[in-house]
Design a binder for this molecule. Structure first.
Ligand code: HPA
Length: 178
């Protein structure tokens, strides 16, 4: 295990039966609450992109936890942040994607002018689970002309198969739970 993977593991909290019976929820709030660790994680994510041959132009994240990680990472990289929101929250003209959940569907959206053609966008979230939201956000950004260069996450729940579901889309996780 890398040092940062170990650090993340030490600050993840297992919450039994959340959000429903039988699920053990991996909670990142202890990590967020530790300023040194939170900073170390953001700097580790940023390090892969600073000085890269093709730098990132913007970071995108899906509400709510993707905002926390994404905004911090955007600041660290010195680029803007694109909020991907649940339908009905953004004031301007939007473009949407609807995707399947375990029960029912969800719709996410971004402002129609949030990205420009060919803009290199990094998508981030705290946790990769089944990949449903990440795929929908990736494809939504692509619909709007962005060149989505990867999905970066702090924790990957490998047993939920998100990486496979992401297919050809590039995935990077600091800590993998098997
Ligand atoms: N933690 C955080 N987000 C999640 C989880 C989890 O365990 N499962 C699905 N989304």
């Amino acid at each position: 295990m890398t040092a940062v993977s170990q650090l993340v593991a030490s600050l993840l909290r297992d919450v039994a039966d959340f959000p429903k019976p039988g699920v053990v929820f991996k909670d990142i709030t202890p990590l967020l609450g530790d300023g040194e660790a939170f900073g170390a994680v953001i700097r580790e994510l940023a390090a892969r992109h600073t000085g890269a041959a093709q730098p990132i132009d913007a970071v995108a994240g899906v509400e709510a936890r993707g905002f926390i990680i994404g905004a911090a990472l955007a600041l660290e990289l010195g680029v803007g942040f694109v909020p991907v929101r649940k339908a009905g929250k953004l004031p301007g003209e939007t473009v949407q994607r609807t995707y399947d959940l375990e029960y029912g569907t969800a719709t996410i959206e971004i402002h129609a002018d949030a990205v420009t053609a060919g803009q290199r966008v990094l998508l981030v979230d705290d946790v990769l689970a089944t990949g449903g939201t990440a795929i929908a956000a990736w494809d939504l950004l692509t619909d709007c002309g962005a060149d989505v260069v990867g999905f970066d996450t702090i924790v990957e729940l490998a047993f939920l198969g998100g990486r496979d579901a992401m297919g050809e889309r590039s995935v990077h996780a600091l800590h993998v739970v098997t």
